[in-house]
Design a protein around this ligand. Structure first.
Ligand SMILES: NC(=O)N[C@@H](CC(=O)O)C(=O)O
Ligand SMILES: [Zn+2]
Ligand SMILES: [Zn+2]
Length: 350
């Protein structure tokens, strides 16, 4: 009989299927925070300028490897930023050479550094067809950008207006809906038969829109897609703890310096890398589903990507509240760490 209230849990080493590492001084500061617990991560390509070609991705991977802390055992899985000028044959070659694991679709203007994203989806169809042929997943920031569409409706509208037609045109394409925030997205993924999965972030399992807006504006809870109503957060928790193989962890840990967050037009992004595993364990434990944490953080992701789960393990133990820094220091300035608003009792044994 498995223990109903375990205080110790050993799981396969987790992976992060959606991560922003940035570049330069920020890369050097944040990479150790992910490499400490995670074996692999899908690295987002929204640098300035973006990581568009196989050559860019190879060079960025080299910069990440050069910034790796001593003794770390971490593999960055690179992505290519899809533009209307992307060459399908460059994508094919990048995949064949093991340089790129996935391609990232940003609707133009949807989020941080997405100006080079896609406006006309017909223009990228040849790329999507090659990806379907070679089994390379498309990671999607699923929000429409029309100014008339309310920001809280942009994900649901994207599913109807963009994703459904796109998946009809290229049905063999494997799609990951990134950082889903709504019951609508959870339902859409659950209704799919194949080739569709979703990542869920740490923070969207914990905050709703009141955390951002009620009792004063909280810029450190602002990210895109923006957190929705509590009913949506509950739907995300239910999907995450269900064990359903179509849902897995993508932290979307997205560091910005406090100076860039705390201004009249602050950046979107929440930095969760340092305390993600403790936050997740707390959420899964509170739901009575700590035994499903391994599926969500370590098994379902590699399965969808066609990769093996990690052989090594991490152990979490439950005890007195865990301490973690309120911010990390970088050469560009401090970066605030996500504050879940409650004590974290699960720590990863070092
Ligand atoms: N999630 C965010 O709020 N921000 C991300 C971009 C993204 O993933 O949309 C970033 O790069 O800062
Ligand atoms: Zn995004
Ligand atoms: Zn992101």
């Amino acid at each position: 009989m498995p223990d109903k209230n375990p205080t110790r849990l050993t799981i396969r080493r987790p992976d992060d299927w959606h991560l922003h590492l940035r570049d330069g001084a920020m890369l050097r500061a944040v990479l150790p925070e992910t490499a400490r617990h995670f074996a692999r991560a899908i690295i987002m390509p929204n640098l300035v300028p973006p990581v568009v070609t196989a050559a860019h991705a190879a060079a960025y991977r080299d910069r990440i490897l050069a910034a790796m802390p001593a003794g770390a055992n971490f593999t960055p899985l690179m992505t290519l930023y899809l533009t209307e000028a992307t060459d399908p044959e460059d994508v094919r070659a990048a995949h064949a050479a093991g340089i790129a694991t996935a391609v990232k679709l940003y609707p133009a203007g949807a989020t941080t550094n997405s100006a080079s994203g896609v406006r006309d989806f017909e223009k990228v169809r040849p790329v999507l067809e090659v990806m379907a042929e070679i089994g390379m997943p498309l990671c999607v920031h699923g929000e429409v950008t029309d100014h008339e569409i309310d920001i809280f409706d942009r994900e649901a509208t994207f599913i109807d207006k963009v994703l459904k037609p796109l998946r009809k045109k290229v049905p063999d394409l494997k799609v990951v809906m990134e950082h889903v925030t709504t019951q609508d997205a959870v339902d859409y993924v659950r209704d799919s038969i194949k080739n569709l999965a979703a990542t869920i972030t740490t923070h969207h399992l914990i905050i709703n829109r009141n955390h951002i807006l009620a009792g004063g504006i909280k810029p450190h809870f602002y990210c895109l897609p923006v957190a929705k109503r509590e009913a949506h957060r509950i739907a995300l928790v239910q999907a995450a703890v269900s064990g359903d193989k179509r849902f897995f962890l993508g932290t979307d840990s997205a560091p910005h310096t406090d100076a860039l967050k705390l201004q009249s037009c602050g950046c979107a992004g929440i930095f969760t890398a340092p305390n993600t595993m403790s936050c997740l364990a707390e959420v899964f434990d509170a739901a009575g589903k700590i035994n499903k944490l391994e599926d969500f953080a370590s098994l379902n992701g590699p399965r969808f990507y066609g990769l093996k789960p990690n052989e090594d393990t991490i152990t979490l133990t439950k005890g007195d509240p865990v301490s973690y820094p309120a911010h990390i220091d970088t050469e560009d300035g401090p970066v605030t760490v996500f504050d879940p608003g409650f004590d974290l009792h699960w720590r990863v044994e070092e």
